[in-house]
Design a protein around this ligand. Structure first.
Ligand SMILES: Cc1cc2nc3c(=O)[nH]c(=O)nc-3n(C[C@H](O)[C@H](O)[C@H](O)COP(=O)(O)OP(=O)(O)OC[C@H]3O[C@@H](n4cnc5c(N)ncnc54)[C@H](O)[C@@H]3O)c2cc1C
Ligand SMILES: NC(=O)c1ccc[n+]([C@@H]2O[C@H](COP(=O)([O-])OP(=O)(O)OC[C@H]3O[C@@H](n4cnc5c(N)ncnc54)[C@H](OP(=O)(O)O)[C@@H]3O)[C@@H](O)[C@H]2O)c1
Length: 420
């Protein structure tokens, strides 16, 4: 079936490609997982990716010390387990190697450097029209893909959030978003303001400490910090286990008791916990708890200084909301990410303005008119895998029925022709 698509390469000159099967937008873990599951079902597809490689978030926009923070069994994609010698928490490099072999194993062959600019469902033809700008070298071309099914796999973290903070443009040191941070190597001896205390802010502050930099971490509101492990068992795994028997609020209460036993009272170190429990907060607002891998110890020892919100920046310093002034050399914005779906998908019934499906997990994978979403469950890689399997199954059912009908009508026509 893929050859059918390459036969159509000539169409590129006309800037229009008919895709026999679904178009998947995004070649991150979610897009690859849908591709693999469709391959197993014998359904052809095309994956469009704006970057020049698979898993661009992992390859190009994450720091060196990154490891998966959930145990490996929750992070592998469908139909191909991690190699047996992988550690409990694979490194970024191991995860990327796995994704590369996954892509090769299932022969997914994404079309790279194709950024989807618009996608719209054409009511008259009952088909999706997906326009991309493709760039290779210095040339740039627009292509329109036409298909029956559209799978959105552009991720919860497609764009960096860079807040407007007063005076930031006057600040004369380096300013970068954490997606461009690789390691603390270049920051030795420097006073670095890390804005944000999610998993990125905490881990980058820890990395800066390990490279003898002097980080101050801005905590403007509240944060749940949980140990990554309790009694040598993954906290996430424990929570999943408890949720089978207990209501969410009770699991939250137990998690907080255990966190207090392991970590102590984090409020003694300038970190305030939200009123809502960690799992309830994740479910209702999508705010991920921090799984601590050592930053809290550095906060306790004073090596990471916790500071309140920012009032304004000036040339070499920052003024905080408590009136304190800090002299700083660099700023790292660990201020989060957002979905980019509303910028290109012309649809408002299934997706909400924040770029996530309106229906919460497990119902946010299927819209109308052949529209699907994978990887927007706020449940990381395990949520993406479960979406991918459902989507492939759903498309394959229709695909197989339609293919059978077409084959029958061809056979029937042939019989008719032969009669004449
Ligand atoms: C620092 C960091 C660490 C993380 N660690 C974990 C972890 O340990 N465990 C976990 O479960 N989750 C983790 N996550 C969450 C992460 O989002 C998932 O692991 C995973 O990358 C999600 O896969 P995805 O394919 O849905 O999205 P992505 O990996 O973001 O892939 C989406 C792809 O779509 C492409 N794309 C976007 N827009 C367009 C467009 N318009 N046209 C064409 N292509 C487009 C992007 O270039 C990208 O390649 C982490 C996230 C970050 C930022
Ligand atoms: N090892 C890992 O697996 C790992 C590592 C890193 C990230 N991740 C994942 O990647 C995703 C993104 O995490 P993230 O930490 O990058 O983002 P995040 O969880 O969205 O955290 C963003 C942080 O920035 C703060 N912030 C935003 N604007 C601010 C401003 N103007 N002033 C001060 N603070 C501001 C937020 O504070 P408020 O809460 O007050 O808004 C929050 O603390 C999460 O799912 C996370 O779990 C995983």
């Amino acid at each position: 079936m893929m050859s059918q698509i390459s036969d159509q390469e000539d169409f590129l000159a006309l800037r229009c490609v008919w895709v026999n099967g679904p178009v998947i937008v995004g070649a991150g873990p979610s897009g690859l997982a849908v591709g693999a599951c469709l391959k197993e079902q014998g359904v052809p597809f095309v994956v469009l990716e704006r970057a020049d490689c698979i898993a661009s978030l992992w390859k190009k926009r994450t720091y060196d010390r990154l490891k998966l923070h959930l145990p490996k069994q929750f992070c592998q994609l469908p139909n191909l387990p991690f190699p047996e010698d992988f550690p409990e928490y694979p490194t970024k490099k191991q995860f990327i190697d796995y994704l590369e072999s996954y892509e090769k194993h299932f022969e997914i062959n994404p079309r790279f450097n194709e950024c989807v600019k618009t996608a719209i469902f054409d009511e008259t033809s009952g088909l999706w029209r997906i326009k991309t700008v493709s760039s290779s070298g210095t040339s740039c071309a627009e292509v329109e893909y036409i298909c029956q099914w559209l799978v959105v796999a552009t991720g919860e973290n497609a764009e960096s959030v860079v807040p407007e903070i007063e005076g930031l443009s006057e600040f004369d040191g380096d300013v970068m978003h954490v997606c461009d941070y690789k390691s603390g190597e270049d920051y030795r001896g420097k006073r670095v303001l890390v804005v944000g205390c999610g998993n990125s802010g905490m881990e980058v502050s820890l990395d800066l400490c390990n490279h003898n930099a002097l980080p101050s971490m801005v905590v403007r509101s509240t944060v749940h910090v949980l140990p990554r492990e309790i009694l040598q068992k993954s906290t996430f795994e424990l929570a999943v286990l408890m949720m089978k028997w207990l209501p969410l609020w009770m699991v939250d209460k137990l998690m907080l008791v255990m966190a207090r036993l392991v970590l102590g009272n984090i409020e003694n170190y300038g970190l305030k916990r939200p009123l809502m429990g960690p799992l309830q907060l994740k479910n209702s607002e999508g705010k991920t708890p921090v799984l601590d891998i050592g930053a809290l110890q550095k906060i306790k020892s004073g090596e990471i200084k916790v500071v309140p919100g920012i009032k304004r920046f000036s040339r070499g310093s920052v003024e905080l909301v408590n009136g304190e002034n800090l002299e700083i050399d660099s700023v790292i914005l660990a201020t989060g990410y957002r979905s980019n779906v509303p910028s290109w998908l012309q649809e408002t019934e299934f997706f909400s303005q924040n770029g996530f499906p309106k229906a919460p997990f497990p119902n946010g994978w299927k819209g109308k008119s052949g529209l699907y979403a994978v990887g927007f469950t706020r449940r990381g890689l395990s949520g993406a895998s479960s979406d991918a399997m459902r989507i492939a199954q759903d498309i394959a059912e229709v695909w197989k029925k339609e293919t059978k009908q077409k084959n029958q009508s061809i056979t029937c026509n042939r019989r008719c022709i032969s009669k004449f």
